[in-house]
Design a protein around this ligand. Structure first.
Ligand code: COA
Length: 168
């Protein structure tokens, strides 16, 4: 009889953590910027990396801090996620759009419902500000981003193509 071998199964135990989703403050900006630089990398999210910069963060924060949110670890007080939106209004049109512009969750905390919680709060704020439609754009090679948006209830709407040209 073959001796039963005891197999040590390597388990990656996910540490439990308590999250608070709250409005971003001025003091949070450096930490959010540092976190974003780890998430929006040129190798994984090329166009996101190109279009995201510190001025973008500052100007969206200055425009409407109520639409800039962070996810904070209650115990350590470290920020590990953020979601940023803005309101788009067209003159002479009754429509107000909530534009979900940026979102990022630290890699080791992804797939734990943090992004969803951040967006839920943002959407609530969009509605409070009169938005009737939420819009978002995602790079076409960002499968995780697309699945995430679809899970939040967004439907693919229109294809937008980024062209690039090497300038010799
Ligand atoms: C997109 C992002 C913010 C999602 O954050 P998150 O905290 O991991 O998302 P959640 O755990 O709340 O996921 C909610 C749902 O989205 C879908 N989803 C999220 N990440 C996914 C992935 N990698 N693959 C497939 N589906 C995914 C799932 O349906 C998930 O629900 P489930 O886990 O119950 O199946 C995060 O992956 C991220 O920071 N990505 C890099 C930056 C980025 O792409 N930002 C968006 C464009 S600016």
């Amino acid at each position: 009889m073959v001796e039963k071998s005891v197999r040590k199964r390597k388990r990656v135990k996910k540490r439990r953590f308590e999250v608070e989703v709250r409005q971003m403050t001025l003091e949070d900006l450096p930490e959010v910027w540092r976190l974003s630089e780890k998430i929006f990398t040129p190798s994984q999210l090329q166009f996101t990396y190109r279009t995201w910069n510190v001025n973008e963060l500052l100007s969206l924060f200055q425009e409407d801090p109520e639409l800039c949110l962070v996810a904070e670890d209650v115990a350590s007080k470290r920020i590990f996620g953020f979601a940023i939106g803005t309101i788009l209004k067209r003159p002479f049109s009754p429509w107000t759009y909530g534009y979900f512009v940026w979102a990022g969750v630290k890699k080791i905390r992804q797939r734990r419902g943090v992004g969803r919680r951040l967006y839920r709060e943002l959407e609530k704020r969009f509605k409070d500000k009169g938005a009737r439609i939420a819009i978002v754009d995602v790079e076409s090679n960002n499968q995780a981003g697309m699945r995430f948006m679809e899970k939040l209830g967004f439907k693919p709407s229109q294809t937008y193509i980024w062209y690039s040209k090497l300038l010799e």
